[in-house]
Design a protein around this ligand. Structure first.
Ligand code: CCH
Length: 281
């Protein structure tokens, strides 16, 4: 009957708060996982699914959820993110109307807020590509931790970010840790890796950092040997244009929260063809 599907669709109201709640319930569901929270790895999933965007060709980004498929699922940069994708699978089963691409980005936004961070403005509207519906992206769109400021700018300018936004986004390293079996790097950036704060910038500017002596890849450590920085993190201090933002965020957490929320929200929307008038939920 013409119109039936339309009216059924019109009466259906997706409950994004219920999805947020289901995500929140997963965050501390396994006390043996890392520091007791899946929050950081969910933030990394949201970032890596979005951070493939190239503004010059309008390719990549979170729309499509192409990390479900080879070769992207197997990129070195995405090692370990199957943990996050698998964790969210029951949520997808419970709310089959949400796309993976909306779910993965919403999970990152929800995790930031649940770990004490700012509210991240988030809009639904992404759709998932079928495996034969897109051209696989070239590897190399995500940053490498052992590189320098030029590399960081090449990667983030390609997405359409400026220096201030780059420094704000990298503050997400206040969360979580590096895993030797994922990236090869090892350790957390802060002593509070499950709390969203400006501690990353405080450590970067106030702690003393030296090259770690080990057989692993180049990384920096503090005197305690407990905390780490990647080479790219150090460049947020060493680069003349990045440094003032790093110092400002170390002093002013409220400014960091506001700037992070804006930049992270923008990241999650790169390349997404939202329907006209799409609203935050
Ligand atoms: Fe990152 N990040 N990231 N990162 N990242 C890693 C872990 C996290 C780089 C490299 C690494 C952002 C920018 C950069 C998170 C969020 C963001 C790891 C360790 C490497 C390496 C992976 C492992 O071993 O598990 C580099 C290089 C850059 C920029 O130049 C941005 C931007 C964000 C988000 C806005 C989070 C969160 C983690 C912790 C993940 C976890 O599992 O604990």
């Amino acid at each position: 009957v013409p119109g039936t599907a339309g009216s059924a669709a019109a009466s259906f109201k997706p409950d994004y708060n219920a999805v947020r709640k289901a995500i929140e319930d997963l965050l501390e569901s396994n006390e043996d996982y890392d520091d007791g929270s899946y929050g950081p790895v969910l933030v990394r999933l949201a970032w890596h699914t979005s951070g493939t965007y190239d503004k010059s060709t309008n390719t990549g980004g979170s729309n499509g959820a192409t990390m479900r498929f080879l070769p992207e699922s197997n990129w070195g940069a995405n090692a370990g993110l199957a943990v996050a994708r698998d964790l969210l699978e029951p949520v997808k089963q419970k709310f089959p109307w949400i796309s993976y691409s909306d779910l993965w980005t919403l999970a990152g936004a929800t995790a930031i807020e649940a770990m004490g961070g700012p509210h991240i403005p988030w809009r639904p509207g992404r759709s998932d590509y079928a495996p034969d519906q897109f051209v696989a992206l070239p590897d190399g769109r995500l940053p490498d931790g052992d590189k320098d400021a030029k590399h960081i700018r090449d990667i983030f300018y390609r997405m359409g970010f400026n220096d201030q936004e780059i420094v704000a986004l990298c503050g997400a390293h206040t969360l979580g840790r590096c895993h030797s079996d994922r990236s090869g790097f090892l350790g957390p950036w802060t002593n509070a890796p499950t709390t969203f704060s400006n501690l990353y910038y405080v450590e970067l500017t106030e702690n003393k950092w030296h090259k770690k002596k080990w057989k692993g890849p180049l990384q920096y450590e503090d005197k305690s040997g407990q905390l780490m920085m990647l080479n790219t993190d150090m460049w947020l201090l060493w680069d003349k244009k990045f440094k003032p933002f790093t110092q400002e965020y170390a002093k002013n957490e409220e400014k960091f929260f506001n700037d992070f929320a804006a930049a992270f929200s923008k990241l999650l929307e790169l390349g997404v063809p939202f329907p006209e008038g799409a609203q935050t939920v």
